[in-house]
Each structure stands twice: as structure tokens, then as C-alpha cells.
Design a binder for this molecule. Structure first.
Ligand code: NDP
Length: 325
């Protein structure tokens, strides 16, 4: 049987690539010596894309070179690198990898929160540098008696909230809509939530609708005892405003897993001793990345098996009740 042609713009996990190779004829774009010739000769045969957020933009220009493209299967729950409107216009299905990473990202978020408040990486550096031999580490901040605001109480936000309940802290949230089945206090704006809290955990999607949702006003409302944890996307926080707020003591500290221009991190943040910085690792365990990769493969197998996409993104032209094409 002829295998379906799939384009892979950038490398995925070895286990994912192996599973894709078994089911499909995979064309590795980064290995093509002449991309124009590739798109001319092979482009019309391509019916699917297997990609990830790090593999560059999936936009109208690319779709235009693939006249028979049916589906884009993207690794990661965030898909701000995929122009879903351009895909929808062409009737192209877009899928992501939700849910399989909720627990991993929530675990890391709690770890980052505690590391930031209790200065765990700083304490490790202190010991290794031999300072403990001369004096004990100065006392840290605490999670005790805090109110934690979650900006984006979705799948991952709820997994974070469930864990926080075990820490005996008050929880509140902000989103565009109040959720009827959620008992935590709702705040209609990020600024109002920040004013009511002294920890803000940001876990919304990226993209235009959330750009700089956390700005200078929100940080001011969070206050001098306030801690910002960003595990969403770098674009959601105004990084310059954050640097200024950390410098001036407008907020106490920050724990960041994501940045505006990854993997470039502003030197001002690197130079600050009172922040904890991670290289975008919230879902990055072998276990979870493998599950995400399998979902990329399974979405393509399901689609080309005539069973529809398993996890289409909300903007994609696919109704759950619709029979497979
Ligand atoms: P969901 O879609 O389940 O949840 C997103 C939440 O954000 C919803 O509660 C939504 O509420 C809220 N939201 C969306 N847009 C806005 C807005 N403009 N203003 C305020 N709130 C908004 O997504 P997940 O929980 O599965 O994932 C969330 C995000 O986490 C991903 O899109 C990704 O960007 C990030 N992420 C980061 C990782 C990392 O490695 N650091 C790993 C995994 C995910 P409402 O609709 O009511 O506004």
C-alpha cells in the first residue's frame, strides 16, 4: 500500500519520528538541499504536516506551496506558531496535544513557585560557593498565608489549582469568562486579580489576544510582596515592564519558564539574583514528551484512517459530531 506523504519541517523526538516513519512517508524539510525544487516536485503530494512550536511558522505562505494539504498535527498544547485562520480558510485541520501534559506542567509550576519563594536554586549556589561555611543563608519569603491568582484557569490552570489546594492557600482566577462550576473567586481583569493576590500564575495561551496581558499596571497591583510565575508564553508578559518592576521593587520576585525571544533571555534578568529562570521545560520530561509525540502520530493516523482528528484545536473547521470526511 502506498504510504501517505507527510512533511516534517523540523526534527521531532526520535521515538515520534520512528512511529511516523512506520506509518507514513516522511519528508524531512531540513534535509532538503533545494527547498524550491522540493516544494515544486513533492509539494503537491503532501497531505499532512507533523510539526512542533519550535519548527517555525505554519502560515499561508507554507500552505500555499502544499495544494493538497489536509491536516497539520502540532506537538504541544500551545499552537501560536500555526496560523489557524489561514488553515481554516483552506479547510485544513489543525490538531495539538492537550491534556497529556497537564500534570507535568502543573508539577513544574508548583516546583517553580516554591523554588522562587524559598530561593532553592540560590540556596544551592550558596552552598556550592562555600558561603554556608561562613554564615547561614538569609531567610527567604514564604508561600504561607498567600493568595494565589491563576490567570487562565483552563486544563493546566485547574491542575495547578488542585495541587495548590493541598498547600492550604487561597485561590482566585481570571479569564475572559466566569466559570459557573468553579468556586474560586473570579476577577474580570488581570489587574483586579493581581490586586487581590500576592502570587500570580500565568497559564493562558500565547498569541495576539493575550499579548502583554500582564503589563506594568498588573505588576503594580500585585505589589511589593508579589511574585509572578509565568509558564504560559513569553508574549503574555510585557518583559520590559517586568524587568523594571523587579528592579524597582514594585514586585518581590518572579519565576519564569518562558521568554519573549527564546532562547535569548534578557541580560537584565540573568543578572538578577532574586528571580528563577528556566529554559522552557514545563512539559519536558521523557514520559510526557513521549506521550505528546504519540498524540501527534495518532492524530495523523486517525485522520488518514477516516476517523477524524482526535484533538482538533477549537478554531479548526471540524465539528465533533461531524462524520469523518
Ligand atoms: P486551555 O485552553 O485549557 O486554557 C486556557 C485558559 O486561558 C482558559 O481558562 C481561558 O479562559 C484562558 N484565556 C484564554 N485567552 C485568554 C485571554 N485573552 N485573557 C484571559 N484568559 C484567557 O489551555 P491549557 O490549559 O491546555 O494550556 C494553556 C497554555 O499553557 C498553552 O496554550 C500554552 O501557551 C501554555 N503551556 C506552556 C507550557 C510550557 O512549557 N511552559 C507547556 C504547556 C502549555 P477563557 O476562555 O475564559 O478566557
Amino acid at each position: 500500500m502506498t504510504k501517505t506523504d507527510i512533511l516534517m519541517p523540523g526534527p521531532l523526538l526520535p521515538s515520534t519520528m520512528q512511529a511516523l516513519d512506520e506509518a507514513f512517508l516522511i519528508h524531512r524539510l531540513w534535509e532538503q538541499p533545494d527547498r524550491d525544487a522540493f516544494f515544486r516536485d513533492v509539494g503537491p503530494r503532501i497531505r499532512g504536516i507533523a510539526t512542533s512550536t519550535g519548527s517555525g511558522p505554519m502560515n499561508a505562505a507554507l500552505f500555499g506551496r502544499l495544494p493538497n494539504l489536509e491536516v497539520v498535527s502540532s506537538f504541544g498544547v500551545g499552537y501560536d506558531n500555526v496560523d489557524v485562520a489561514a488553515a481554516a480558510e483552506r479547510g485544513i485541520i489543525v490538531t495539538n496535544t492537550p491534556d497529556v501534559l497537564n500534570d507535568e506542567v502543573a508539577d513544574l509550576t508548583i516546583g517553580l513557585l516554591l523554588a522562587t519563594l524559598r530561593q532553592i536554586p540560590q540556596a544551592d549556589r550558596y552552598l556550592r560557593a562555600g558561603h554556608w561555611l561562613k554564615a547561614p543563608l538569609p531567610l527567604s519569603a514564604t508561600l504561607r498565608a498567600r493568595t494565589v491568582g491563576i490567570v487562565g484557569l483552563g486544563r493546566i490552570g485547574k491542575a495547578i489549582a488542585r495541587r495548590l489546594e493541598g498547600f492550604d492557600v487561597a485561590i482566585a482566577y481570571h479569564g475572559r469568562t466566569k466559570q459557573d462550576d468553579v468556586a474560586y473567586p473570579f476577577y474580570a481583569t488581570a489587574t483586579e486579580l493581581a490586586a487581590a493576590c500576592d502570587v500570580l500564575i500565568v497559564i493562558t495561551p500565547g498569541g495576539a489576544s493575550t499579548k502583554h496581558l500582564i503589563n506594568a499596571d498588573v505588576l503594580k497591583a500585585l505589589g511589593p510582596n508579589g511574585v509572578l510565575i509565568n509558564v504560559a508564553r513569553g508574549s503574555v508578559v510585557d518583559e520590559q515592564a517586568l524587568i523594571e518592576a523587579l528592579r524597582s521593587g514594585t514586585i518581590l520576585s518572579a519565576g519564569l519558564d518562558v521568554f519573549q525571544d527564546e532562547p535569548n533571555v534578557p541580560q537584565e534578568l540573568i543578572d538578577m539574583e532574586h528571580v528563577v529562570l528556566l529554559p522552557h521545560i514545563a512539559s519536558a520530561s521523557v514520559h510526557t514528551r513521549k506521550a505528546m509525540g504519540q498524540l501527534v502520530v495518532d492524530n495523523l493516523i486517525s485522520w488518514f484512517g477516516g476517523k477524524g482528528p482526535l484533538t482538533p484545536v477549537p478554531e479548526t473547521p471540524w465539528a465533533p459530531t461531524e462524520p469523518p470526511a
